[in-house]
Design a protein around this ligand. Structure first.
Ligand code: MN
Length: 242
């Protein structure tokens, strides 16, 4: 069976001159039956329209902070490694995926990009707002698990098959104002929105956590990638051959 092609956005160009992405993202897509394709922001998004046309699905990956200017705010001192090329490229890819109904999984920063693209805003440094009741990020590079409660009657609940999950977390920002078209579908114990979906789209899921980090050991987290690839296969099979 032909593997659906799933695009994954990479980090911005690093100081080492490399475009990079942790291999666990590609592994999770591959296990799900997809063919992972890395999309680097080489031209501020000019290529995005063409790229997406050749893809069956898209993953907006984690990474550094969006420029707060994209949602009309000035940066908090903690805002880290803003990159206009990555912001522009992911916003362009996302808009095409939304218009074309291309299945989309938005992870961590990706969920934040999705919320901002549709008119929402972000908490720039969430411990200032919600404190330390739930650890969303450690001081080291190691992610930390916390529980999320999943809304019944949501697409996310259908995909994961559970009402609660232990999810790997590594973020210092989060949704402040939810974009009007999005539905919140999971929460942390401190009330933060941990997942969203777009009801008017064939398959558009955003999670504030990192399913790729535990998907190799945790079949519940792998189901997000399985769901994305299944949706990509359904939609690409239903399109007429051109
Ligand atoms: Mn979290």
């Amino acid at each position: 069976m032909v593997r659906p092609q799933i695009g994954l956005t990479t980090y911005a160009l690093g100081r080492n001159g490399h475009y990079e992405l942790p291999g666990v993202y590609l592994d999770a897509v591959y296990r799900a039956g997809g063919a992972p394709v890395m999309l680097a922001p080489v031209d501020h998004g000019q290529l995005a329209t063409d790229w997406v046309k050749h893809l069956d699905g898209l993953v907006l990956t984690g990474g550094y902070d969006l420029d707060p200017g994209t949602y009309g705010e000035t940066p908090h001192p903690s805002v880290d490694n803003v990159n206009p090329a990555r912001d522009a490229s992911e916003l362009a890819l996302l808009h095409v995926a939304l218009e074309e109904g291309i299945p989309l999984l938005a992870i961590c920063r990706g969920l934040q990009v999705l919320n901002v693209a549709l008119g929402g805003t972000l908490r720039q440094h969430l411990v200032d707002d919600v404190g330390h009741l739930v650890p969303h990020r450690t001081d080291s590079d190691t992610a930390i698990p916390h529980a999320v409660r999943i809304e019944p009657d949501s697409r996310l609940r259908d995909i994961l098959g559970v009402d609660k999950s232990e999810s790997m977390s590594w973020h210092h920002q989060a949704i402040k104002t939810l974009a009007q078209p999005l539905r919140p579908t999971a929460y942390a114990a401190d009330g933060l929105i941990e997942a969203v979906e777009l009801p008017d789209h064939p398959w558009c899921i955003g999670v504030q956590w990192h399913p790729e980090m535990s998907a190799a050991q945790d079949p519940i987290q792998q189901r997000l990638f399985d769901g994305l690839v299944s949706a990509a296969r359904r939609i690409s099979d239903s399109l007429p051959l051109s």
